[in-house]
Design a protein around this ligand. Structure first.
Ligand code: 13P
Length: 279
């Protein structure tokens, strides 16, 4: 079916007390493997194009791949821009058919983040595309972007932001980090609770840095209202492990099928964890 908006799948997640994974895609093999995992689990999925893939010229190419994969499937699929770098980039993505764009203004002063995000929302909402914003830069490196803001967002900052911007999803830093964690992460669920209490309807909350989080931490985050969890590093490492395992093969389809199965296994486990029914 045609791609759906981020808002649509996050509303589904809210109704099911679940989170939808946003997996970064870097090439066709990874995108195909993630779609196969979603098909096996029969769950919605968000396929995200990040700045690394855009830097090597894949914005339009990956957009076409995701549109084709979604058209072949009966599942809700979202084509999402991860860590959008400028208003212009979000518009380029909307034109390429993305159904969701993130504008990452977390390194800007709050006022400027609000103004820029409003501009993105005006363009995106005019054509039914969802918008994710970010507050409190997430530490660690992702696709060459290094978070340099406070490790945790303040409740006052979130309040000022959501009173000024009608955003569909909001990534907040609560002790999470991009890449693999160097020590056991301590997510601040008290902070998440305070954010959720700010308004009757806060934007859907997003957790970046989903790789390497313990299952019980992930389940708690979902119980506390996180509806989208981003996973990039674990997917990339699975793909690379698959390639390494077949390095000596001289048959390209051997390495494609092994790398694909490694990615599928990780993705299926994440989907099961994020959408598990609680007892
Ligand atoms: P990880 O690479 O830590 O999974 O984080 C992914 C992410 O947050 C992409 O925006």
């Amino acid at each position: 079916m045609p791609l759906v908006s981020l808002k649509e799948v996050l509303d589904w997640a809210e109704a099911h007390n679940a989170a939808v994974p946003a997996f970064n895609i870097d090439n066709i093999d990874i995108a195909q493997s993630l779609m196969l995992a979603a098909e096996e689990e029969q769950k919605p999925v968000i396929l995200a194009v990040g700045q690394g893939a855009i830097r090597v010229g894949r914005l339009d190419l990956l957009a076409s791949v995701v549109k084709t994969l979604a058209a072949r499937s009966a599942l809700p699929v979202v084509l999402h821009l991860d860590h959008g770098a400028s208003f212009e980039q979000t518009v380029a993505c909307i034109r390429a058919g993305f159904t969701s764009v993130m504008f990452d203004g977390s390194s800007l002063p709050l006022r400027e983040n609000i103004e820029q995000t409003r501009l993105v929302i005006k363009a995106a909402h005019a054509v039914g595309v969802s918008v994710e914003a970010e507050l409190g830069a997430i530490p660690g490196a992702e696709d060459g972007i290094v978070g340099n803001g406070p490790a945790k967002v303040s409740v006052a900052e979130v309040e000022a932001f959501i009173n000024g911007v009608d955003v569909d999803a909001l990534a907040v830093s609560i002790g999470n980090a991009h890449g693999l964690y160097k020590s056991e992460p301590k997510l601040d669920f008290e902070l998440l609770r305070s954010i959720r209490k700010l308004k009757a309807q806060v934007p859907h909350l997003v957790l970046h840095g989903g790789s390497g989080l313990q299952d019980k931490v992930v389940r708690s985050a979902i119980q506390e209202g996180v509806r989208k969890i981003n996973v990039a590093t674990e997917i990339r490492l699975a793909y690379l492990e698959g390639l390494r395992a077949t390095m000596d093969s001289r048959d390209i389809y051997t390495y494609i099928s092994v790398a694909r199965s490694f990615v599928m296994n990780v993705a299926k486990a994440k989907i099961q964890l994020f959408t598990a029914e609680e007892n």
